[in-house]
Design a protein around this ligand. Sequence first.
Ligand SMILES: Cc1ncc(C[n+]2csc(CCOP(=O)(O)OP(=O)(O)O)c2C)c(N)n1
Length: 582
Amino acid sequence: MADKTTITTVSNGAEAFLAQIKALGCVRYMFANTGTDHGPLIEAMAKTAREDPRDIQPIVVPHEQAAVSMAHGYYNVTQRPQMVLVHTLPGTANALGGVINAASCNVPLFLVAGRTPITEGELRAGKSQNIHWRQESRDQGNIVREFVKWDYEVRTNQNLAAVVSRAYKIAMSEPRGPVYMSLPREWLFESMESTRLLASEALAPASKMQADQAVLEKAADWLIASENPLIVTKYLGRNPEAVPLLVELAELLAVPVAQQLSYVNFPTDHPLYLGVQAIKYARHADLLFFIDTDVPWEPPSRDVLRDGVKIIHLERDPMFTAIPGWGFPADLPVTGCSEISLPVLTAIIRAKLAANPAMHGKLEERRKKIRGEHNQVIREMDESVEAVKEQKPIHPAWLSKCIGDAMDDHTIIANETITSKLAEVIHLNRPGSMYNTPLAGHLGWGLGAAIGMKLGRQDATVIAAEGDGSYMFCAPTACHFTAQKYRIPFLTVIYNNQVWNASLNAARGLYPDGVAARTRNFPGTDLSPSPDFELTARACGAYAARVEEPSEIPDALAKALKVVREERRQALLNVICKNPLS
Ligand SMILES: Cc1ncc(C[n+]2csc(CCOP(=O)(O)OP(=O)(O)O)c2C)c(N)n1
């Protein structure tokens, strides 16, 4: 490997580490929450800032979960992993929620933590502050180990090229995910003269998984033979370029598609789209094709399905090895990345259909039938909104509809609305226009993600749609601070129902006639009196308004979006919604 390297001049381990991260070529931002472990890195960054203002930009984020969420959002819209810098044990602990989210969505990022000094006076950068003893963990990586693909405590500054390139390649090889490195202060401080940078050829991640050709042939035969197939997907759209590939396959065979809107996986106005109630159509299907779906419905019983139904499941890891208990066995589990496996499947089907022109009539008949069902789904969705548009307090479906109407071709939504289900009542046809709460559902993602999305797509208008509970989980002061400091304009819309409705619903679901339901008292779920969230945002220079009248929402959104787009200033709307108990 030696001949594939270049040598660059540095003066210490910290400069060497940053040079290696820069050499990856993909890291534009370091979302940073620093501590006493980072002195050498802070000094090194000051030096690079003076020498090259376009170097990796440190972004100060006063909460670690928010920092990880920013890297998550940035990756969503760019597919480029970023770096998050946190402080030893406490920073790693605070980052964990974001790491759990990133892992569940296969989002790669570099979580880099300082490591408390270990020497006690022998070395200049050794323990020097009281806290250095109590923040020393026996095994710091253990905190995040269950949720990262790889963790490593760097032990010398001599092999950094190998360590950083390995971190990159592991994070970016499928299934992708976060990696963790910890950096002891002593060697960050240690003098060096140069570091070897790996050439880009040595940075190639492993190739994606292409599904087995013979298994795809079988899947094609099953799909062609099926009278009543259904495709169910949940996160195919995390690669927006995969969406047209799914459309092509569905159109070729006139297969209807139901989706859970974790991402925009399939255009909602497409005549083959059947909405979000997969189970409603799955009951009648003789073939189910799950693509990038972990939990198609719950509970996972086949009893609700037709006898003899066949299930094909295409996923990077169709055994879901990271989930301890998972009971949706498929008849044909197919390991593969949808974005490269679907075109091969489509080509196989196309060739088989060409040899069987008699299929044409059957497919056209099915296409017509599904179009009718699709029209019905869309009608019901639109009517459900019409029915509540004048309700006061505001119904969340009406607020969602207004947000949908305010979206232009460059709007992206980071959606953390939980039971308000923003995505399910609006028309979403553009791949990459909406990213939902991460699959692991560790709340406090949306504001950070929106900031990351805006940094990644400067041309976009970004809206963070938040439940009032989720908003508070986001460390809002930290996020609004960062947005103000770096002039990152985005709009926050709070669906303020003054309750953790998800917790309330879950209790009511288990005990429909229980004491809590009968007395309308669900202890541990009430979020009243609701804070004036406008003031939190205004404290960080935002435009903020409270909205209580349903008819005022369109204008309020238009005004706030104007501030975001024209003044390039963040904005917030605190929309007082229907409280489920009032
Ligand atoms: C970090 C974290 N803590 C707690 C929960 C449990 N939880 C799931 S949904 C929810 C309520 C969210 O409230 P809000 O955003 O207001 O949405 P609503 O349920 O009212 O629609 C809670 C507390 C969680 N998912 N993540």
